[in-house]
Design a protein around this ligand. Sequence first.
Ligand code: BGC
Length: 373
Amino acid sequence: MFMAACNQSAPKSNTMTDSTTTATVKLPAAARFERTIDGKKTELFILKNKNGAEAAITNYGAHLISLLVPNKAGEITDVVLGFDDIEGFQKAAGAYYGATIGRYGNRLAKGKFTLDGKEYTLFTNNGPNTLHGGKKGFDSMVWDAKQTDSATVELSYLSKDMEEGFPGNLKVKVIYTLTDDNALKVSYEATTDKTTVVNLTNHAYFNLNGQGTGSVLEHSVKIDADAYTPVDSTLIPTGKIEPVKGTPFDFTAAATIGSRIEQDNIQLKDGKGYDHNYVLNKHDISTPVATVVGDKSGIKMEVFTEEPGMQFYTGNFMNGTNTLKGGAKDEHRTAFAMETQHYPDSPNQPAFPSTVLKPGAVYKTVTIYKFSK
Ligand code: BGC
């Protein structure tokens, strides 16, 4: 049995000093994740593979805290943003750093949806809308956790009938596995006893140059999506599926994040940058839906998913208020997220792929973030 590991450091440790050095590679101290929240124990789990990659995960909100992979110089680099203790995650809950998101990832218009003729009303925590599960989403819950081997942790959570206004007792399982090809595999499963809606995702913020190394605007991005779902000024999809061709949303050929982000485009204005759902061309795990390369580190991340959509978010609301692992501030656009998921507001958009889960059916989906150099 593998228990929570203690404070460890990886080879070639660097200390963060300025925006050009590799970020700190020390994993946070396990003791700073050992708390009692809502009467349940929280802790830190460390996953390791045969190639020296490591991931740290806590059962508080099933957050991914650190992900250590080598850069082109062989230096271990922490490519996800996070905090040194649980309190950091609690304080910055609204940014969802590394969190597992549910019951419904992304936005639901006006905090309402109808199922089998019955209207459900949720807490609106994002202007007029509900974002990432409402007032207290899965990111703020204490999950049951079991580390099944050195590279795998299984987290489960029972979301009770009408928790945050969603019908049905939903049994959720999230399994993180760090595979030997330096990939983090996230598998999700859920079942319900009443018809409900489910849209789970992971909200890791990546900086492939290393957390705390500054802007991600020079990262190169390729997204295998010919279309996206444009939004209104509250970031709710209009219902249209529009081609990316000829717009700053076209990442079918690799482009840097920053090359068109300031263009005069109403969608970019309303999103304050990229904060949009891409309609993926393929989502069968066989080919990457997105490929991102850190300009300084040479670290390449490929995203594979079974989900039909991916929210590409460029840290537009980051503003330096939070102090991350090792002391860096979460400055504007110093990370990006690629949240694989069903489209936002699907329960209110009959033309979008369905997010309805019925009793007897199993919600099952896999996303993989694979790193190479
Ligand atoms: C949303 C952003 C939001 C961010 C953090 C993303 O998934 O699309 O609008 O600011 O999460 O809450």
